[in-house]
Design a protein around this ligand. Structure first.
Ligand code: NIG
Ligand code: FE
Length: 394
């Protein structure tokens, strides 16, 4: 993760895909030799060209507002207390159930556009604020609509197992049955999701329930990934590793045993430091995971309750300062490893010949300045598939 292959005075030649990368001097020679004149030349002197960020974990499709809950947390309430009092995720479920597809799409698009302006070029989006078959399908349809409007790569995850709906609060297993017998088959049949996720944690889904849901998803062709050990160590990461999940996300309380498990596994440990920051929890043990050789990715978790930011540069800052990652590790985690978690690393996540030209130009003289000069947006332009999409986003 530390070997990022920085090129000083570099040049990059691209159409929709990257055709050549090297030094400016070699580029000049190559162009003269081949008598090739590029259609457009972009002057990025004193700037830094990076692969676009891959945000592999978000919940940006929702309705309503949780700012009051946030204010009460500032006065001392905890995320857990608010959830136990019927607020939290269920507040957003209430608003989302009443919303129309178009409203959900527009709200999501607004957030996604800001994410792109901050350098994100691929984004994963989950359902999970409907918790009925119809409203989960409605959320997934609005992600499909957003996909048509947004120039970025969008990956879709079914998260019917985000919380238990109020109708099933006294019979949680019956809701698990509904997910397995009705929701997953309907989602798979409609071809509306690629991944199936579950929130396996204290007070939410048990290991047994999580296993049933993820295995049913697998039978229907949905790749497993999971929210694991965010609020307590319930050994959820072990299940994700055993099922060879694409990723296990959060991991604030992951055990040493499971850190060892990641080191022998291709399941990505996706860390979401914005959430630890926003709900004032201890950060995930990034150093331990990386030092043992786990594949670590970084993502925003952008959602209205536990982390409301779509800005990957903020996540990078938190990762290096509060999780003690190096700048290079953070960049790898936010690009190539995020792409790997979504099964997209052969097409994106690094500036390599043959990959899509998904890149950002940051107005900083080196990538270190992205971290050194924090709290502002350094991304000047965003290219997706070789097209400068920056002006279409404003
Ligand atoms: O990833 N952990 C569960 N779900 C979200 C929180 C969603 C919410 O509070 O609305 C998360 O932190
Ligand atoms: Fe999440």
């Amino acid at each position: 993760m530390n070997n990022i292959g920085e090129i000083h005075n570099g040049a990059i030649l691209f159409g929709d895909r990257i055709e050549w990368v090297g030094t400016a001097e070699d580029a000049r020679k190559m162009l003269i030799n081949e008598a090739f004149i590029p259609e457009v030349t972009i002057d990025a002197r004193n700037k830094t060209v990076l692969p676009g960020f891959v945000d592999s974990h978000t919940h940006i499709i929702f309705a309503g507002d949780r700012s009051e809950e946030f204010a009460s947390r500032l006065r001392g309430a905890t995320y857990k207390q608010i959830a136990e009092a019927g607020g939290g995720i269920l507040k957003t479920v209430d608003a989302t159930r009443q919303a129309k597809v178009a409203d959900l799409t527009n709200n999501g698009c607004k957030i996604a556009r800001k994410a792109l302006l901050h350098g994100t070029t691929a984004i994963e989006i989950k359902s999970g604020y409907g918790l009925t078959t119809n409203s989960e399908l409605k959320m997934l349809e609005s992600i499909a609509e957003l996909k048509k409007k947004l120039p970025a790569n969008v990956s879709t995850t079914f998260l019917g197992a985000h919380d238990f709906p109020p109708e099933y609060k006294d019979d949680r297993d019956a809701y698990v049955d509904l997910i397995c017998n009705e929701m997953i088959p309907a989602v798979a049949e409609a071809g509306l999701a690629e991944f199936c996720d579950a929130f396996i944690d204290e007070g939410y889904y048990t290991i047994e329930q999580g296993r049933k849901i993820l295995e049913t998803g697998m039978k229907h062709g949905l790749k497993p990934k999971a929210h694991c050990d965010e609020l307590a160590d319930v050994d959820a990461a072990a299940l994700a590793i055993e099922l060879e999940a694409a990723s296990a996300d959060h991991l604030l309380f992951v055990s040493d045993k499971n850190i060892e498990g990641f080191s022998k596994s291709e399941t990505v440990a996706t860390l979401l430091p914005g959430t630890a920051y926003f709900i004032r929890m201890p950060y995930a043990p990034a150093r331990k995971l990386i030092d043992r050789g786990a594949i670590v990715a970084l993502a925003t978790d952008c959602n209205p309750g536990s982390c409301f930011t779509e800005n990957m540069q903020m996540i990078l800052s938190l990762a290096v300062i509060n999780m003690k990652m190096t700048a290079e590790e953070a960049l790898t985690a936010a690009t190539l490893n995020g792409a790997f978690a979504l099964g997209l690393s052969s097409d994106m996540g690094s500036l390599e010949v043959g990959k899509l030209a998904n890149l950002i130009i940051a107005d900083v003289p080196s990538y270190t300045h992205l971290f050194y000069h924090f709290g502002v947006n350094h991304v000047e332009s965003v290219y997706i598939g070789g097209m400068n999409i920056t002006n279409n986003l404003k």
